[in-house]
Structures are given as C-alpha cells and as structure tokens.
Design a protein around this ligand. Structure first.
Ligand code: AP5
Ligand code: MG
Length: 223
C-alpha cells in the first residue's frame, strides 16, 4: 500500500457527529472514495457472511469490533484499485492499536490529514435518536427526523426504498458507543494531534455550514 498517491484523509468524531453525512460531500468534492468501516460491517451483516456474523454482536451492543478483525478488513479494502488515488476513511482508526497498525502499513505515515468533527454529547444523542437510514445497503442515505427529514415520510429521497432505524441506535447501545468513543477513540485523536496532522472542525450547526468549515480546513491544510 505504500505506493499510493493522492489525498488521504481520516474523519474522526463521536458516534452521531455527522461523519457519514459529511463524508459523502467530501468524497464528491475531492474525488476520493468514502470508506466507512461501519458501512462495510453493516453490508457484511446484511449479506450474512462469516465476517458479519463475527461483528454483529459487538455492533448491536455498541462495542467496538476487535482490532484484529477490523485491521485486516481495512487493509483488504485499501488494497482495491479505487483507493490507490487517495481515500476518505470514516470510522477507522478508532483505537490506538488500529492507528499504529495503519501507520505501519504505510511505512510510518498513513494519512495527510485527520479531520476531527467536534459535537457535544447531548447533540449527538439527539441526532442519533432521530436518525433514519435507507434500508437499501448499497444506497445507505442518512436522514434525521427533525434536522434532515426525507421529502416523503419513511421513503428514501435518493432511491425510493423504505427508511429504517439502525439496530445500534437504541438508548443502551448509544450510551455504550459514546463510552467506547471516550475510552478508546479519544486517545487516537491525541495520537494524531501530537503528530501534527489533526485539524479540529466545529460540527455543530446546519449540515451545509459544517461542510463549508470542513472544506476550508482541508483546503488550508492542502495549501
Ligand atoms: P459506525 O457506523 O462508524 O458508527 P459511529 O461511529 O457510531 O458513527 P455513526 O455512523 O453513528 O455517526 P456518524 O458520525 O456517521 O453520523 P451521521 O452522519 O450518520 O460504526 C458502527 C459500529 O461498527 C461501531 O459501533 C463498531 O461496533 C463497529 N466499528 C466500525 N468501525 C470500527 C472500528 N474501526 N473498530 C472497531 N469497531 C468498528 O449523522 C447522525 C445523524 O445526525 C443523522 O441522522 C444525520 O442526518 C444527522 N446529522 C448529521 N449532521 C447533522 C447536523 N449538522 N445537524 C443536525 N443533524 C445532523
Ligand atoms: Mg456513520
């Protein structure tokens, strides 16, 4: 993987911070593939694969999937041709061990920039509690009952499939995911901050305003 070129960005933030929502916009603007480990796991669960079966219990409980499962899966995905010209990673790395394994794969320097999307906890709980996602796993468009509703109730604007709640958007799993973020992912943010590649972006406010802040941060870091 060390022969890769192009912009390599990691998007990090609490569950429900808006990573997936913003990742689609970033991916389109900079022409890099959006790679979400959560989306890959949900596709594996839906397809009833062995990997999906291993991950499902952890995901539904709001716990992180063990590092050895995640790291191999990401290495395989980043080896695909579309990732050779850069990528936007959403939801990886999420533990210090994942961040170190990732850097090792790229000869010590895996990413050009890490964008930390900062939203307070009360707001992320509220966002996740009203989240609706497209049931077609290949579409996966995300909505929110009050801040980002679909045009027609219960129907995906993009593909017309039914909207559903995610299994891990129930209160006990939401709280567990936030706890996992505090304990295991905040140290990853510190790791990148100390390494000088992290930029902080305020993730509060409307989706378009957050996107503009992210674009400005990426353009400034690229310049
Ligand atoms: P994953 O799918 O990555 O979930 P997550 O990190 O908990 O993040 P979410 O997808 O819930 O939130 P998001 O930040 O993408 O927000 P969104 O844009 O949807 O991971 C799921 C699970 O997989 C993990 O718990 C773990 O088990 C496993 N896993 C994945 N990666 C792993 C790894 N590396 N290691 C180990 N295990 C791993 O937005 C949320 C809602 O808010 C939406 O309804 C949206 O419409 C709305 N919204 C977005 N922006 C705004 C805004 N500005 N204002 C108002 N509403 C907004
Ligand atoms: Mg997401």
């Amino acid at each position: 993987m060390s022969g890769q070129t192009g912009l390599r960005i990691v998007l990090v933030g609490a569950p429900g911070a808006g990573k997936g929502t913003q990742a689609s916009r970033i991916s389109e603007r900079y022409g890099i593939p959006h790679i979400s480990t959560g989306d890959i796991f949900r596709a594996e669960v839906a397809a009833k694969t062995e990997l999906g079966a291993k991950a499902k219990g952890f995901i539904d409980a709001g716990e992180l999937v063990p590092d050895e499962i995640v790291t191999g899966m990401v290495e395989k995905r980043l080896g695909e041709p579309d990732a050779a010209g850069g990528f936007l990673l959403d939801g990886y790395p999420r533990t210090r061990a994942q961040a170190e394994a990732f850097d090792q794969d790229f000869g010590g320097h895996a990413v050009d920039m890490v964008v930390a999307l900062n939203v307070d906890e009360e707001e992320v709980v509220s966002r996740m509690s009203g989240r609706q996602v497209c049931s077609d796993i290949d579409c996966g468009t995300v909505f929110q009952e009050s801040s980002n509703p679909p045009i027609t109730d219960g129907i995906c604007d993009s593909c017309g499939s039914a909207l559903v709640r995610r299994d891990d958007d129930q209160p006990p799993a939401i709280l567990r995911r936030i706890e996992e973020f505090r304990q295991k992912t905040e140290p990853v943010i510190t790791y990148y901050r100390d390494g000088g590649s992290l930029v902080d972006v305020d993730g509060s406010g409307c989706i378009d305003d957050v996107a503009e802040r992210i674009f400005a941060a990426i353009d400034a870091a690229k310049a």
